[in-house]
Design a protein around this ligand. Sequence first.
Ligand SMILES: [Mg+2]
Length: 136
Amino acid sequence: MESSKKTTSPVAGQTILLVEDEISVRNVLQTRLTKEGFTVFPAGNGREGLALAEAKKPDLVLLDIVMPEMDGMTMLRQMRQTDWGKNMKVVMLTNLADADRAAEAGREGVYDFLIKSNWQLWQLVALIKKKLQNKA
Ligand SMILES: [Mg+2]
């Protein structure tokens, strides 16, 4: 996109796809991110998430790993095989440090993991903003 600085909020108009099966977590994240000015598309599993990712082409995907119907790693792999999803920005949400999954996500170009018990909302927001400001 253009490199000029905007006078409006840096997040204005930016969209986040939030794929998380735990309703309480999803609601907290959606409320906070909406307050920050993002447009949030919620999904409850990887299958819904994949369809929404293709339909909405969000600026960033927040992706839980353990979910019913389709887990986050499967959704990520399928996204990466598409033209629209191969370079999409993704932050994985996880419940525990998992070296195997981290390595697998790394092969799909995802290096940002947030371990749910370890972060606070402001840290998540800061990471999202930083990722959205980077080109690539
Ligand atoms: Mg889950």
